[in-house]
Design a protein around this ligand. Structure first.
Ligand code: GAF
Length: 385
């Protein structure tokens, strides 16, 4: 049993005085490229993290629901009728929101004791929220004896996205839940949000064969997707789509975007159409093992997110610049932005040099020391024996 799942099981026993009936876990993710385009009908290329969040749960005899988070050091208590939009905040909105969304979808969710523990850092742009949602959903499916077939996993994705939108209040696009539930172990997952349901395809990375690694750096600047900035960007992008007369901004043409009169519309739309092209370029470059082209696309993606979509921040920009100056093939912010983490493509033997360069750049500005994670192979959400 992996670390987070073991801790969740032991924590459940310590908290509730009995063994859990089910333990499930799910990975965080790092998005390699395709940022802020999932909700615009574009393709994205996330990678499941080795860092996971685990949920242990057991049925109760009554209709009460007790949610305990070890990471947040908080407990929420209520009845299943209290699980609905407007009644839950913070981490409890993700766990309770999934229970609510599953019940809305017709699942017979009983009264439950639930304990959450995990290694995905909270608010670091590594999708801790989708990890806890997906682990909760898989645990409930396990408790009810529902097998994790592909259609069931897709139903769970929909419930998790609904929980995040309606209960946590973050109108996110579905990338994080999709990779957490459908990723192939150790590979990136190309998800095309231009189709309904989104088409998925495993994309092998073969980084180790090339002497390369992905270095994720957590800036320590915490972001919350539910705080309004993400929703504001989404509204702006949808306004740009309306100005162009297209349903999905990702399908706009570069010429039409260049002709947009309003500068905000033009910037938001330019990010979307150029990011879509970069995802396609990276998929081709990975197939050809053209690592320089992959790195160049990551660097261009960051510039676009910084200048056109305007979702970066100084700590992300400094980490990206320092990585590249120290020899990374390319680096970019990853996830929703406004804080969180960067991802850099780095030769394995340069990892310490690049990590040190970022730390030095932070120290020179009087900022706190960032945390690095070398990405290991992750696997999708699962029941843990
Ligand atoms: C967050 C959201 F949850 C995703 O849906 C996606 O939009 C991402 O930000 C930006 O690419 O992780």
């Amino acid at each position: 049993m992996v670390v987070a799942a073991r801790r969740a099981q032991d924590g459940f026993v310590a908290t509730f005085g009995r063994r859990p009936e089910v333990v499930a876990d799910a990975p965080g993710r790092v998005n390699l490229i395709g940022e802020h385009v999932d909700y615009l009908g574009g393709p994205v290329l996330p990678v499941p993290l080795h860092l996971r969040t685990a949920v242990a749960l057991a049925r109760r005899d009554d209709d009460r629901v007790v949610l305990r988070s070890v990471q947040a050091e908080q407990t929420w208590q209520g009845t299943s009728r209290d699980l609905r939009p407007g009644t839950l905040q913070g981490w409890a909105a993700y766990v309770g929101g999934v229970l609510w969304a599953l019940a809305e979808d017709g699942w017979e969710v009983p009264g439950l004791d639930v304990l959450v523990d995990g290694d995905v850092p909270l608010g670091a742009g590594l999708s801790s929220s989708a990890a806890v949602e997906c682990a909760t959903a898989v645990a409930v499916a396990g408790l009810l004896g529902v097998g994790l077939t592909d259609p069931v996993r897709r139903r769970l994705i929909a419930a998790c996205v609904r929980a995040e939108r309606d209960v946590a209040g973050a109108p996110t696009g579905g990338m994080d839940q999709t990779v957490a539930l459908l990723a192939a172990p150790g590979s990136a997952l190309l998800i095309d949000f231009g189709t309904d349901p989104p088409r998925t395809q495993e994309v092998p990375l073969a980084l180790a064969d090339a002497g390369l690694a992905l270095l994720v750096t957590d800036t320590g600047v915490r972001h919350r997707l539910a705080d309004g900035a993400y929703a504001a960007r989404r509204r702006e992008a949808e306004a740009a789509a309306a100005a162009l007369g297209v349903d999905l901004l990702a399908s706009a043409t570069p010429d039409a975007v260049a002709a947009l009169a309003d500068p905000i519309n033009r910037r938001r739309a330019r990010h979307a159409v150029t990011e879509v092209a970069r995802v396609r370029d990276v998929v081709a470059a990975l197939r050809d093992r053209d690592w320089v082209a992959v790195g160049d696309a990551l660097a261009a993606s960051h510039r676009s997110l910084r200048d056109d979509y305007q979702v970066s921040c100084p700590e992300l920009d400094v980490a990206v610049d320092a990585s590249q100056e120290a020899g990374a093939l390319g680096a970019r912010m990853t996830g929703g932005g406004f804080g969180g983490s960067t991802v850099a493509l780095v030769a394995t033997d340069r990892l310490p040099v690049v990590a040190r360069a970022i730390e030095d750049a932070y120290a020179a500005r009087g900022w706190g020391t960032p945390r690095h994670h070398r990405i290991g192979p992750g696997s999708p959400a699962r029941l843990v024996d």
